[in-house]
Ligand binder design. Sequence first.
Ligand code: HEC
Ligand code: HEC
Length: 377
Amino acid sequence: MKPFALVLFSLLVCFGFAQPVVGQEKVEFTVSELAFIQSHGPWPPKMEPDPSNRFSGEPSASAWGQQLFQDVRLSQAQTLSCASCHDPDRYFADGKARSTGTSTVDRNAIALADLRLNRWFGWAGQSDNLWAQSIHPILDRREMNATVETIVQRVRQESDLAANYTAIIGKGPKEEEPLRLLVNIAKILAAYQETIRTPTSAFDLMRTRLLEDEMISEDAAVLAGLKLFVGKGKCSLCHFGPNFTNGEFHDIGLPYFIESGQVDQGRYGGIRDLKASAFNRLGEYGDEPAESAAQAPTAFVSLQHRNWGEFRVPSLRNVSKTAPYMHNGTLASLEDVVRHYSTIDIERLHADGETILKSLDLTKQEIANLVAFLKTL
Ligand code: HEC
Ligand code: HEC
């Protein structure tokens, strides 16, 4: 290197310009921050078969389920499949703010992954099991708009569907009662969806190195972002554990109006729909023995005023791949999400008793750091 260039280079290093994101100051974690970091793993956790679905974990069922997931015959007009909104090439989401079936729905398509870890399904937790949640889009007027009769007729008449049904369910579709047939199709779809998993992430590898006190070569921005996530940002309190969600519902102050005059009730409507559903874990269609432990949350959940405007805490694994964000897809990028938490308007919070959130007033650098961390998930 020429002397002049060498001087310039040293100056750049001294003033930190060689590191465009942040300086090289060391990021230290407190004991409590390290405990939160530990709680976000290990990954993958053990995922047992679903006791409410007798086809769960069956390879032949999940292989047929994968075909059905792409099959437009499950929609009335034979134009839409599950994959229309849960595109395998888009991490099982659709990249749109709100999904379009036969018409536009009110919510953002949830990226399907690691579904055995869910206690509740949908943004409002309207279902307590994966097969019930899979029936919903088939019959929804704005999604696939089919009827029970259509599904029954197709499975009975289309020879490939009838043959698979008989082979895997162990009974001919003509002998099956209509609602049972629909439930079985949904259970087959569920057996496939359970096999969709997110891989070990850059975060998981970093977590192991941090806990084992190994040399950390991570980007300083990522480490500073992690420190904010588990520390001052309090993100870990709701985005908790290995799947970065406590599995429950909160109001983080997003607008809850859908169209003029209409409101998305969130968890309030979700609990009501769950309790009314013939397909919940307390109903006759599940395969688990009566009074199993998995039925307790459904038996005990009760409608409360605070549930208005609450939505499920989403997992943050793969989050950089599944924009746009939130139940209504209104935040386009991770920067927008972090800016929302930075400038949150506490007055807006609809649910009473939301004590965790406060406006974080982050600097531009802190916002960039938190985003850099989220990208490691
Ligand atoms: C028109 C678009 C569309 C179609 C078609 C569609 N979905 Fe969805 N899916 C959504 C939206 C939107 C949500 C969020 C729903 C909500 O919270 O109310 C969702 C949520 C889900 C969830 C909840 C995931 C979770 O983590 O809670 C599952 C499971 C699911 N869909 C499975 C399916 C299956 C199976 C099919 C086909 C039978 C299907 N979807 C068809 C748009 C669609
Ligand atoms: C009080 C609980 C709570 C805290 C604390 C919290 N979140 Fe959230 N987070 C939620 C809920 C609930 C949603 C979904 C809200 C909705 O759609 O209406 C969400 C959504 C998100 C999303 C969008 C994910 C997606 O797939 O749409 C991201 C990213 C996110 N949070 C990151 C963070 C970060 C970073 C922090 C810390 C600064 C944080 N959250 C703190 C509850 C929380």
